[in-house]
Design a protein around this ligand. Structure first.
Ligand SMILES: *Cc1c(COP(=O)(O)O)cnc(C)c1O
Length: 389
């Protein structure tokens, strides 16, 4: 392999997560696989065909460029692609021609979609996004009635694929009342649209945390991001699940979600450093004794945060090794003094399991205050992604 590190994507872990999540939402709800942010760092081109192999047929992206990547790499013509965010008006026709559906979050977009549908000679597949309290994007109450008029006067231009919204933090109990209020507003507005004869193919509001914490939000489809990759949105969500659904289980050993990704590299060089010497750039780490220091060709360029300097760990020979000195752009040093038999070329696990040890993405988050999400999407697109069993 030409690359100094690689990311393994586990098919069995993904199958396991999909099985658990599908069972949770029931057979009548569609599982939409959210693949924005380069499939949360897993790599769109690797992840989409694998997810299709595991039975998924609906993909949600943030923007048109991601939709194009999904379109190119999908292996099933039936796989649907939905844009939840950014697409320029001039690209709407392209989306329509390729059967890609997109969110309509204001009246200008609705009009632009109508014009694009006329040009394309086929209807636009749209999702009416309702503003329910996040105050980000979506049609407000007063706009909903105008949208209904537009939809009813141009039935040939639209297929209403969805009516949807997004919750402002369903992963934290601190937002409980805000979320409950959003659910109520969504019900009111969507019922009003239905009363006016606007029947959407699917009502969808839930992300991972909403589906797990507020089952009422599951409706006709769930947009699963983080959970499908094997991560709980927060520890709070995980505990909430266990307390509600399997209080007798052993939380430590019952693995309902399995991390799909591992990140690995190899030892590049080994040096003996005398006591008192400084290691790496600057003077952040001074050897306290004669130490064996190994370099690993992974740095902040690849997504290993510089603020893990003197703080992060990796696994070598099934043992934890501390990152010593400052993480550089392409390299970091680790202390392997107490790990016998280390050799150049030995496997280094940066995220994932080795023998009986494990380094979770959450452990990065604990040390840097970055979310799981941030750690994952920081992983450079240049690192090759390989599917493993
Ligand atoms: C990112 C996103 C999701 C998925 O969120 P997770 O917390 O990763 O499950 C769902 N819906 C929208 C609109 C999003 O932007």
């Amino acid at each position: 392999m030409l690359n100094p590190s690689w990311i393994e994507i586990s098919e069995s872990a993904l199958r396991h997560n999909i099985r658990f999540l599908k069972k949770w939402i029931g057979a009548s709800a569609t599982f939409s696989s959210v693949i924005k942010g380069n499939a949360y760092g897993h790599g769109i081109e690797t992840f989409v065909p694998l997810a299709e192999k595991c039975g998924l047929r609906h993909f949600s992206v943030f923007s048109a460029d991601e939709a194009e990547r999904a379109l190119i790499c999908r292996t099933k013509k039936k796989s649907e692609i939905m844009i939840m965010g950014a697409i320029d008006d001039e690209d709407l026709e392209w989306a329509i021609e390729n059967g890609i559906s997109f969110y309509v979050f204001d009246l200008d977009r609705l009009e632009a979609a109508r014009q694009a549908a006329v040009k394309a000679g086929s209807p636009a597949r749209i999702h009416i996004e309702l503003e329910t309290g996040m105050n980000r994007t979506g049609l407000r109450e007063a706009e909903v009635d105008r949208a209904v008029v537009m939809l009813k006067s141009h039935p040939e231009s639209f297929i209403v694929e969805g009516i949807c919204t997004h919750y402002a933090g369903a992963e934290s109990i601190g937002n409980y009342f805000r979320i409950k209020n959003q659910i109520r507003i969504f019900d009111e507005l969507s019922t009003r649209m239905e009363g006016e004869g606007i029947e959407a193919r699917r009502k969808h509001t839930a992300c991972s945390a909403a589906a797990l914490n507020y089952p009422d939000t599951i409706m006709d489809m769930v947009r699963f991001g983080i959970a499908q990759y094997g991560f709980w949105p927060t520890q709070e969500t995980r505990m909430h699940y266990f307390i509600q659904h399997s209080p007798e289980s052993n939380h430590r050993t019952t693995q309902l979600l399995k991390p799909v990704m591992s990140w690995k590299s190899r030892i590049m060089a080994i040096q003996d450093v005398a006591a008192g010497e400084f290691i790496g750039y600057g003077m952040t780490y001074q050897a306290t004794r004669k130490q064996k220091i190994a370099s690993v060709p992974v740095g902040y360029f690849h997504g290993f945060a510089r603020n893990l300097s003197n703080l992060g760990h990796v696994l070598v020979k099934g043992r934890r090794a501390l990152v010593v000195g400052t993480v550089a752009m392409n390299m970091m040093m680790i202390d392997v003094t107490d790990i016998p038999g280390i050799q150049k070329g030995d496997e280094v696990v940066i995220i994932g399991k080795q023998k009986r040890m494990n380094i979770s993405v959450a452990s990065f988050s604990d040390m840097t205050r970055n979310l799981n999400y941030e750690v994952l999407v920081s992983l450079s697109c240049d690192i090759p992604r390989v599917v493993v069993a």
